[in-house]
Design a protein around this ligand. Structure first.
Ligand SMILES: Cc1cc2nc3c(=O)[nH]c(=O)nc-3n(C[C@H](O)[C@H](O)[C@H](O)COP(=O)(O)OP(=O)(O)OC[C@H]3O[C@@H](n4cnc5c(N)ncnc54)[C@H](O)[C@@H]3O)c2cc1C
Length: 454
């Protein structure tokens, strides 16, 4: 780095967007500290993508390692902004040239009924902790909450992540039912072949197992489900095509995983008995465009032994950071800049919370359709049809574009002096010493990865 162009940037979060940002900056000679709350930096890829995407996870972990191992990048694990390091201290006092928020969207959007969250763990679960449990439950060292997955659970959602939740519920219930008949069936078989095919291979009619199946409830019409997105400025034909893709995806998913579905249902209230949530009050809806209006007189109860809300994720607020509604106050432009400090930026899911497949902006509709089907395990054909890397490439490309814009901006900021850089290194060392990080990324990952991590 030339003496008149010395910059040091902190990136918060080391997953897809954070590691891509670190790489873009490092490739331009900018020093980077990647501050990550967890011991491993894989974010949604480890804890949000269900664990059956084993190959995709392995590939993404390797890509993140390559990026975080780049010369000039320092990894700072197990360090949470807002808990271990104060937001205003880091952004205003530490002296970084810039701070990039790449901390994703980890807070489940509330179901929006007053008092509902009192029933978390008492009939109500949110999607993020549910998927986290599912991905880690078989590890010996897992000590988080454990969930029962009863038959006939109710899932509020409609997007891709809600289909993941439904698949988990169905696979767990059929696995249990087959086990009761002395048959061991594995998640990977169910996920690849579908529940009817696995049962058939054992000479069993799935209907004879007595599983009634979970119910997915969506507030708009099935053709409105955010399972696929139209291109920007779509023509009427493209919009119609997107609607038919959504319906096809839902039909294939139901055929393969045997869940029930109701559209045009809006959550209006809670059904509570003996201190436990035992159902929700819903109204049917009339849908016009994006608007779903309750139909008067259509109110009824949907009872269920468990309700899982999967209606989207938003960023977790960080104490001291300015929010605008559910998001950080970051402009949604090519250069996503935080309003409270012109040296703070955002990249990745933290900007919009958008964690689902938005590849239609990058790929053709046909490719998008295949990707969605491959992601949900609905594609026909062999292993090749399950390649979802092009989807993740969309998230990476978006992160890289945002990081490049930030990088251009950072280069216009004044260079740091040797003393300022030494001061930052000393502060980073305090964090490294606190968590016992010796400076070698690969050695650290080997140390903190459970031997039985799937
Ligand atoms: C097939 C497929 C296609 C996809 N297509 C797209 C697409 O086109 N567009 C898209 O946007 N997404 C897409 N995704 C989703 C994609 O996986 C996510 O967008 C992406 O992984 C999110 O990355 P992120 O780095 O923004 O967030 P995360 O993965 O959530 O990473 C955030 C990181 O920040 C850390 N962190 C959080 N809070 C703090 C804190 N306070 N202090 C320190 N660290 C913190 C977290 O631990 C985590 O490691 C796709 C996924 C798949 C599987």
């Amino acid at each position: 780095m030339s003496a008149n162009n010395r910059h040091f940037v902190a990136v918060i979060g080391g997953a897809t967007a954070g590691s891509v940002a670190a790489e873009v900056l490092a490739d331009h000679g900018i020093r980077v500290a990647v501050i990550e709350q967890n011991s491993r930096p894989y974010g949604k890829i480890e804890d949000g993508l269900p664990r059956w995407h084993a190959e995709q996870r392995r590939q993404e972990y390797a890509k993140m390692a390559a990026r975080l191992n780049k010369p000039g990048v320092t990894f700072v694990p197990s360090t949470k902004l807002g808990r271990d390091v104060d937001f205003n201290d880091l952004t205003e006092k530490w002296g970084f040239s810039a701070v990039i928020l790449a901390n994703g969207a980890w807070r489940d959007r509330s179901i929006g009924i007053d008092g509902a969250d009192e029933f978390i763990g008492k009939g109500l679960i949110y999607q993020n902790p549910f998927i986290y449990w599912y991905n880690h439950k078989n590890e010996k060292s897992y000590n988080g909450p454990r969930y029962e997955v009863p038959d006939e659970a109710l899932v509020l959602g409609g997007g891709l992540a809600s289909i993941d939740v439904v698949k988990i519920l169905q696979m767990e219930n059929y696995e249990r039912a087959l086990k009761a008949r002395g048959i061991e069936a594995h998640m990977h078989d169910f996920e690849k072949k579908g529940i009817p095919a696995v049962c058939k291979a054992h000479g069993i009619d799935p209907a004879s197992l007595g599983v009634k199946g979970c119910l997915l409830v969506y507030r708009r019409r099935q053709q409105d489900m955010p399972l696929a997105q139209p291109p920007e400025n779509a023509t009427p034909e493209q919009l119609a095509k997107t609607e038919s893709v959504r319906q096809k995806v839902l039909r294939l998913a139901q055929e393969k995983f045997l869940f029930r579905f109701q559209d045009c249902r809006l959550t209006q209230g809670l059904v509570v008995e003996n201190g436990r949530l035992v159902g929700i009050k819903v109204s049917e809806t009339k849908v016009e465009g994006r608007k779903a209006t309750p139909v008067p007189g259509s109110e009824h109860d949907l009872r269920a032994p468990l309700i899982i809300s999967s209606i989207g994720s938003v960023p977790e607020p960080i104490p001291g950071a300015i929010m605008k509604g559910e998001y950080f106050d970051i402009t949604e432009t090519d250069l996503p800049q935080y309003k409270g400090n012109d040296r703070v930026f955002g990249v990745g899911n933290v900007v919009t919370g958008q964690g689902n497949i938005r590849v239609s902006q990058v790929h053709s509709q046909k490719v998008t359709e295949r990707l969605v089907e491959a992601y949900l395990g609905l594609g026909e054909g062999g292993e090749g049809s399950r390649d979802i890397s092009a989807g993740q490439a969309g998230a990476e490309a978006r992160g890289a574009a945002q990081a490049s814009a930030v990088q251009e901006m950072v280069k216009t900021f004044p260079s740091l002096t040797d003393a300022q850089i030494a001061g930052l290194e000393a502060k980073i060392k305090v964090q490294h010493d606190r968590v016992g990080y010796g400076g070698n990324y690969d050695a650290w990952i080997a140390k903190v990865t459970p031997a039985d991590l799937e």
